[in-house]
Design a protein around this ligand. Sequence first.
Ligand code: XBP
Ligand code: MG
Length: 256
Amino acid sequence: MTRSSTTQLRAVIFDVDGTLAETERDGHRRAFNDAFREFALPYQWSVSEYGRLLRVTGGRRRLALYLGEHGYPDAEAQHLARDLHELKTQLFLRWVRGAMIQARPGVRGLMKDLQNENIAIAVATTGSRAWVNPLLDRLFGGVTFDCIVTGDDVTELKPAPEVYLKALSGLGLSARDAVAVEDSPPGLAAAVGAGLPCLVVTSAYTRGQHFPGAAAVVPGYLPIDHLHAPSPAYLRQGVTVPALVRLQAARATRPA
Ligand code: XBP
Ligand code: MG
């Protein structure tokens, strides 16, 4: 990977769910509910219930917690969660392949600009590799991902920093060289825990939440009218390569 001449920024590491695409409410949640139905279980996760459960990262852990809350002994909850999650993943893949899920507006153009600047693009997600790779292929065909780390590749899920540390290691870079882009508090905590400056692009489920330690918080990748101008002002033109360079530089100059 040749170093771009104009920036110290050498890589951007993106989260997936909520950050690259709005996958949770109409994708994952529906796949979980379809799995409950196929198992003839009396559960269906409403939009608000699922929003509560999203505080638990990892679909299989989310299921195990929910089953535990509904009276299953731990060993049985873990066993059933594993079986349900395997089916849910196959069902979610149908959503991915069915073109129901679109990239968030502006993120594909940002990736093309990063590639033109020879800035590496990586992914650090809690999601399962079985659907992550097909989703990235379908939404971002033509984009080269220099490193993809999924929930299957780590022992500790977000908010633990392991997924970001593995992405940095896979890129052969240090946290000083990169910026993370996230949508949720657990994801932000994982990025900050790995020493990365983190831009939060809020998603449908995380808008209005608190993001302690974020380098900046914006509602999307596109330019924002001055009425809702984020700070710092350089993000008003949207999440652009120059904006990410400035965000990373600002963090690099802040006293440790
Ligand atoms: C969000 C998650 C994932 C998804 C469901 O991941 O916590 O668990 O909700 O995917 P991200 P799985 O870090 O990309 O925001 O069922 O495959 O876990
Ligand atoms: Mg996310």
